[in-house]
Design a protein around this ligand. Structure first.
Ligand SMILES: [Fe+2]
Length: 164
């Protein structure tokens, strides 16, 4: 009896430690949850990064880019919300720790940072898709998001392209 209590205590401690470090407990979907959580951390980071850029962008570019950054932040927020709900539905624990966010006041660098983040997110979703073998509804769900992420990457690649 005492042993069981002790074991439960240990489990609780481990869980607390895991959430502190941003890692999450692994269940039978282990790798899949881990990969979805990495995508979630990136969506959190994208939400913050775009929102910050919406605040920071200045000069003539502000008129064009502030709405773009605001819309991108909202989209990342929505993706994060959907992902968190999906992780819980699969029996996992959604992370609360964002991936690293980068700051700059130069528009060109902002777009470059965003492109790199979107590419990372696209890869994270593709990796999650690979781990979702045998779960066709989840794969279809991920494919829709992958399509949207790919559009973002394409758009940012055009925005950061050299005009020369
Ligand atoms: Fe996204």
């Amino acid at each position: 009896m005492a042993k069981k209590k002790e074991q439960k205590k240990d489990e609780k401690k481990q869980k607390a430690k895991a959430s502190e470090s941003g890692k999450v407990a692994v269940n039978e979907h282990g790798q899949l949850i881990e990969r979805l959580n990495y995508a979630l951390a990136l969506e959190f980071a994208a939400t913050i990064q775009y929102m910050n850029q919406q605040c920071v962008v200045k000069g003539h570019d502000r008129q064009d880019y502030a709405p773009f950054f605001a819309a991108s932040s909202s989209e990342a927020h929505l993706h994060a919300q959907n992902l968190g709900n999906k992780i819980v539905a699969l029996g996992g624990t959604p992370t609360i720790v964002p991936a690293p966010v980068r700051y700059t006041e130069k528009l060109g660098e902002m777009l470059q940072f965003d492109l790199e983040m979107e590419r990372e997110a696209l890869n994270a979703y593709i990796n999650a898709w690979e781990a979702a073998e045998g779960n066709r509804p989840l794969r279809f769900w991920l494919e829709n998001i992958i399509q949207e992420e790919q559009l973002h990457v394409d758009e940012l690649a055009k925005l950061t392209a050299d005009h020369a």
